[in-house]
Design a protein around this ligand. Structure first.
Ligand SMILES: Cc1ncc(COP(=O)(O)O)c(C=O)c1O
Length: 462
């Protein structure tokens, strides 16, 4: 198999970076101005993780296209890291928000829309009780609080390499066999993170049983397939073991479907018939409007209902949680956007994209693999798919190994591909190379991405 030398990669990165800068004078000027008042020159530091010395400043997003202030038009395959998975400003959702806003955006009182949302979530995800919050981070945090109250236990169990938002309990990792504070996070920096969280590798049933067996873990916070280190599918039988063992040892199972909603209209939980005790959805649940939801079982609902309201107040939700606009947006998204009909368009096109990338890799004889989860397609720089977070993070091809502390999770090869694509009007999501196929993505879009990717790869191996 072909291996690509670093001098070649660095040469192309230098050329593409110069072009990126030269062609974006307005974004660059805005970034320089922004640096004087916004930390890192952006309203949220996340926006600075795109490859290139500054991010593009957006003029508008429509369907699956973004236009920047310099007039470049991009086929956006990142789509707000799934927030806009169904395309920007979906008319049905936009109209529902517009209708609600003049009537008050948030009242700290319920509207009828929220009941429709609860009933639909109950039907779709098979859990009887729901709450509406602002972000998936919030939902995960509150779900952990609930699990602690209901079980009387303190600990959370997560997978190495997981990401569940800015949730302290999940900002941990395994390094050389020891649980450590995630070195890239602003987490709690505990002297002993094991006082809060136990961490295991995904797909390891023996490790799962060992971690649960002391019966001191309140909840397992898990994605049904890992996504943040790249898509990692569950091994056959893993979910059955996970459900069986969590039940046996009295640990509540929280499924975070924030990203895996790309698998189908009821997430991977719906596709695989999983039975979590709690379930979290964010980002795309209101088609990009800030909102998230979490649901819980009858047993948990009964325990919470038995408490006086004040006991479900502190540490649970926030003033704007459950607001009328969020309820209206989620209702419209569930009714008109997160539909089987849309997935029926998205998934076959994603399959076609995955096959196209596989062919490019095979023709070039590169040690890369392609993964797909529903409408989400990625390629990574290893010959075979990883089974867990450690393999995904630390066992990539040498050509993509850069300086983790300086460059973060974006390796040199990845940076090259992102810059090459951006200069030719395509945006991939930073650091996991995710391409999302929305209902508005066309086969011409997919063909264009494949054409540019093939040109990039051909230059790399020439
Ligand atoms: C699986 C998962 N859960 C939760 C979150 C947090 O979402 P938010 O940042 O919208 O709170 C993320 C963010 O990427 C995620 O990947």
């Amino acid at each position: 198999m072909i291996s690509i030398g670093s001098s070649k990669i660095n040469g192309i990165v230098e050329r593409e970076e110069s072009r990126y800068v030269a062609e974006r004078p307005k974004s660059r000027a805005l970034f320089e101005r922004a640096k004087k008042s916004l930390l890192g020159g952006v309203p949220m530091t996340w926006m600075n993780v795109w490859p290139g010395p500054f991010p593009v400043f957006v003029k508008e997003g429509k369907g699956t296209y973004l236009t920047d202030v310099d007039g470049h038009r991009y086929l956006d395959l990142c789509l707000g890291d799934t927030g806009a998975m169904f395309g920007y400003s979906q008319t049905a959702v936009f109209e529902a928000i517009k209708e609600q806003m003049p009537k008050g955006m948030a009242h700290m009182l319920p509207t009828e829309d929220s009941i429709w949302v609860g009933e639909e979530l109950k039907r779709r995800f098979k859990l009887p009780y729901w709450q509406i919050v602002m972000t998936a981070t919030d939902a995960n945090r509150f779900a952990i609080h609930v699990a602690r109250q209901v079980t009387g236990r303190k600990l959370t169990l997560v997978y190495n390499g997981c990401y569940h938002g800015s949730v302290d309990e999940a900002l941990v990792a395994i390094f050389e066999g020891t649980t450590i504070n995630n070195p890239y996070s602003m987490g709690p920096l505990l002297d002993n993170p094991e006082q809060m969280t136990r961490v295991i590798e995904f797909n390891d049933i023996a490790a799962l049983e060992k971690a649960l067996s002391p019966r001191d873990i309140a909840c397992m916070l898990a994605e049904p397939a890992m996504t943040d280190v790249g898509i990692i599918h569950p091994a056959p039988g893993y979910h059955e073991a996970l459900r069986d063992l969590t039940r046996r040892f009295g640990t509540l199972l929280i499924m975070d479907e924030t990203h895996s909603l790309c698998a189908g209209p009821a997430g991977l939980t719906g596709e695989l018939g999983l039975e979590p005790d709690m379930l979290v959805l964010g980002k795309a649940i209101a088609a990009g409007f800030p909102a998230a939801v979490f649901g819980f079982s009858q047993e948990i609902g009964d325990k919470l209902n038995a408490r006086i309201p004040w006991q479900n107040f502190f540490g649970f939700g926030g003033t704007l949680s459950g607001n009328a606009t969020a309820a209206a947006a989620i209702k419209a998204a569930l009714k008109r956007v997160i539909t089987q009909a849309n997935y029926d368009k998205m998934i076959p096109l994603a399959q076609r994209l995955a096959e196209g990338i596989e062919k490019i890799i095979k023709d070039a004889d590169l040690p890369w693999y392609v993964a797909r989860l529903g409408c989400r397609v990625e390629f990574r720089f290893r010959a075979t798919p990883p089974k867990n977070g450690r393999e995904a993070l630390f066992e990539e091809d040498a050509s993509n190994q850069g300086d983790l502390l300086k460059d973060g999770l974006t390796g040199p090869l990845e940076k090259l591909i992102h810059l090459y694509l951006a200069n030719r009007g395509i945006l991939l999501s930073p650091y996991h190379d995710m391409a999302l196929i929305s209902p508005e993505t066309t086969s011409a879009d997919v063909d264009y991405y494949l054409k540019i990717l093939a040109e990039c790869v051909n230059e790399l191996i020439a």
